[in-house]
Design a protein around this ligand. Structure first.
Ligand code: HEM
Length: 536
């Protein structure tokens, strides 16, 4: 008996040694391949991608290079915070494309634009993008002007003008706008949406979507059969929201299909119509699951990003009242005493975008880009040129990590404000300390010429104009008619000024300490603000 055991044990030891040898030799082979790129190479068992926003440019400073390769046993991963390299990665699509094997979690109903490559991606892309255009831009402009005024009234009347978590509301605002653009739905701010539910529904669409998105990780990791059966509230809720959304999407789809012959002749289609139309196309029709999936993905990509960005903008304007006043003065000059109903997309939007309002948007998208990183993969060998004009040969099958957070805090392109070391340390060296929209108004400064918040090349964000129009209209409406202030509560024998500075510094610190990365980044804790009507 003891003999058999020791033989078995010996076998296990030999097998383990063989596996370890294979593991190490894969690792060494990958390391040698990585060296051919000409970038510094490091051995790494795993990449700590969950910490990326907080780490900022630190990994690159420690590596002594803005681009490096992590050689891992299962393959190599190139990390870059060099915006010339990042541009190159975007623009070399389709040779460099999304690594679909890591993006399957987007397939809630079926494959979507975000989780496919090559010829299949072209079909999805055509279906999704046909609905973006001048008609949609007008809808977004008008709906944002109207919804933002309604939100401000809702804050003032129903919340005694105090708003604890701004991001929650700006996400809702973006959801209301996109639901109008996609489905022609008018979502109101009072709780009546839940009372006047369409037949057959228990939850309103604008309530089910955010809850489902919040629990997307649960949905992706727990099998659907268990979600509906296990006695865990989170599982049951996730399943209920999923089935509600499926029914809504099915109903929207059926409505278009019922009258599908009329759609091709329409001069401008909604995104819903163009996606559904692709299901009945003779050439490469999309499956029903992909139709539902693409509508969901575009809804998600379109409101989480824009809502989150607007949340940062509103908060930063409360933290920096001087910038807010400067913006309001410029808005008064640009828009005069016309009311929002009379602002025009053709005339006012380009002027607003070129001024301080556009600069604030860029500054926020730069530091608080909704995606702290993006993944790509080289599908064939490519040449990448870095910001020192040096060419690097990157082998096929190299995963690449476009590190937006690192690129934004790269000292080569980022001019920091003059702030003492002590103050930086006390406020966690939060990027909110360096908030400086004016950097985008200096035309001679070309440091950030390569930077892009929306990607570039074939896979560039199709919602770029949608987002820019929405952010512009939501900022102009709010700051033309109202001001935002941090809510200051005095402690002990503090003077007004001391209490304000303490509150402001606490908010700046929270912009680093409490930043969380989920699907997008956000400060999810309370930073209460007050809305005050302007007397102009
Ligand atoms: C501040 C707002 C937004 C930002 C920063 C943003 C950024 C991005 C980025 C960086 C990409 C990836 C590009 C690439 O892989 O090269 C992307 C893709 C995408 N975005 Fe946006 N986006 C925003 C708003 C929107 C909106 C409003 C919509 C729709 C209404 C939208 C729909 C999409 C879709 C469908 C894709 C996938 C494109 C593809 O893979 O071909 N986005 N976005």
């Amino acid at each position: 008996m003891a003999g058999i055991t020791s033989t078995a044990l010996g076998g296990i030891v030999v097998l383990a040694a063989l596996l370890l040898y294979r593991y190490i030799s894969h690792w060494r082979t990958n390391y040698k391949i990585a060296l051919t790129t000409g970038f510094p190479v490091f051995y790494s068992p795993i990449a700590q991608i969950w910490k990326i926003w907080k780490m900022g440019h630190d990994p690159f400073r420690e590596a002594g290079s803005d681009t490096f390769v992590l050689a891992t046993p299962s393959g190599n991963m190139l990390w870059s915070s060099d915006d010339t390299v990042i541009r190159g990665l975007f623009e070399q699509h389709p040779k460099v494309d999304a690594p679909v094997e890591f993006l399957k979690f987007w397939n809630v109903w079926g494959p979507t634009i975000a989780s496919v490559q090559g010829a299949e991606w072209k079909v999805h892309r055509k279906a999704v993008t046909a609905g973006f255009g001048p008609a949609m831009n007008h809808t977004v402009w008008k709906e944002t002007l109207s919804q933002t005024q309604k939100l401000a009234t809702h804050w003032t009347e129903d919340h005694q003008a105090i708003v604890p978590v701004v991001r929650y509301w700006t996400s809702r605002l973006a959801l209301h706008i996109i639901c109008n653009g996609f489905f022609g739905m008018k979502v109101e701010w009072n709780a009546d949406n839940q009372k006047s539910l369409p037949t057959g529904h228990k939850i309103a669409l604008d309530a089910a979507l955010p809850k489902f998105i919040e629990n997307l990780a649960v949905f992706v990791t727990v099998p659907t059969a268990l979600l509906s059966r296990l006695p865990v509230k989170k599982f049951r809720d996730t399943y209920e929201n999923f089935t509600e959304i499926t029914t809504y999407l099915d109903e929207f789809r059926a409505k278009v299909l019922n009258n599908v012959e009329a759609v091709p002749a329409k001069k401008s289609k909604t995104i819903l119509e163009s996606v559904v139309l692709s299901e009945v196309s003779e050439k490469n029709p999309l499956a029903k699951e992909s139709v539902l999936g693409n509508i969901f993905f575009t809804l998600l990509a379109g409101h989480e990003t824009t809502g989150g960005t607007l949340g940062f903008i509103y908060l930063l304007m409360a933290i920096y009242p001087d910038h807010q006043k400067q913006l309001q003065k410029q808005l008064d000059d640009q828009l005069g005493d016309r009311s929002p109903e009379n602002w025009s997309l053709e005339k006012d939007y380009p002027i607003l975008k070129q001024g301080l309002l556009g600069a604030i948007q860029k500054e926020v998208l730069y530091f608080y880009n909704p995606a702290s990183f993006m993944m790509r993969k080289t599908l064939s060998p490519v040449t990448l040129v870095d910001s020192n004009n040096k060419a690097h040969q990157i082998p096929e099958n190299t995963l690449t990590l476009i590190n937006n957070a690192g690129a934004a805090r790269n000292p080569k392109t980022w001019k920091r404000s003059k702030i003492s070391k002590e103050r930086r340390n006390a406020l966690s060296d939060s990027p909110a300390l360096d908030f400086d929209p004016d950097r985008w108004l200096d035309e001679k400064d070309q440091r950030l010429a390569n930077w892009t918040a929306f990607g570039a090349g074939g896979r560039v964000c199709p919602g770029k104009e949608f987002a820019n129009i929405e952010l512009t209209a939501a900022m102009a409406t709010l700051f033309k008619l109202y001001s935002l202030e941090l809510v200051v509560v005095k402690e002990n024998d503090e003077t007004d000024d001391m209490a304000w500075k303490r509150t402001r510094d606490q908010a700046i610190r929270m912009f680093y300490d409490d930043m969380e990365a989920n699907i997008t980044i956000g400060v999810h804790k309370d930073i209460p603000i007050r809305i005050v009507e302007r007397v102009v």
